[in-house]
Design a protein around this ligand. Sequence first.
Ligand code: PRP
Ligand code: URA
Length: 208
Amino acid sequence: MSLTVLDHPLVQHKLSILRDKNTGTKEFRELVQEIATLLAYEVTRDLPLKEVIVETPIAPAKTKVLAGKKLAIVPILRAGLGMVDGMMSLIPTAKVGHIGIFRDEKTLKPVAYYKKLPADIQERDAIIVDPMLATGGSAVEGINVLKEAGCKNIKLVCLISAPEGIKTVQEAHPDVDVFVASIDTCLNEHGYIVPGLGDAGDRLFGTK
Ligand code: PRP
Ligand code: URA
């Protein structure tokens, strides 16, 4: 498994505003979307290409187009939804699958409650999106769901992660490449990332 920390200045700047407790829902949503677009650029860096000839107004050009498997973007509900449009702005032909998972507040264990994937998911490379990788339980469960559906090439893209979550995903799914914008310090006693940004779903949807 590879771990990529995207420390691009634009990402770090936007992340700082995102973390601020005074940032409101509208701006929070816009920033999650913008950072997701920047992460999409990085996560697609290794997509295979093939050579083609196109006719420019001047002459034939030997050039390249995407050649690999088709992609699926798979948000983990709810908060992953906030990253879908940002990803799709660079990968507009991707299909979108949805996996619903929430964390039990007491046990911090993931509870899966919904799944709707593209019918041809086993033929697609999948990019799971979720802003937060805390204990890693939700991500591991999301990857399990995709693997059970026949998906072989899976990447995980998160905004903020804790070292505990990265370790858990690495141990459970060593074949999955992980992309994050930040590795924070630790988890607190409630399983929240420190310093983190609080509850991503609540901040995205204004539910608290
Ligand atoms: C958040 C977040 C992740 C999960 C991360 O979802 O979006 O899915 O917590 O925590 P973990 O790594 O410890 O599993 P939450 O459970 O709050 O659900 P929500 O998005 O529906 O609010
Ligand atoms: N889920 C969140 O939304 N935030 C955290 O810090 C941890 C899990």
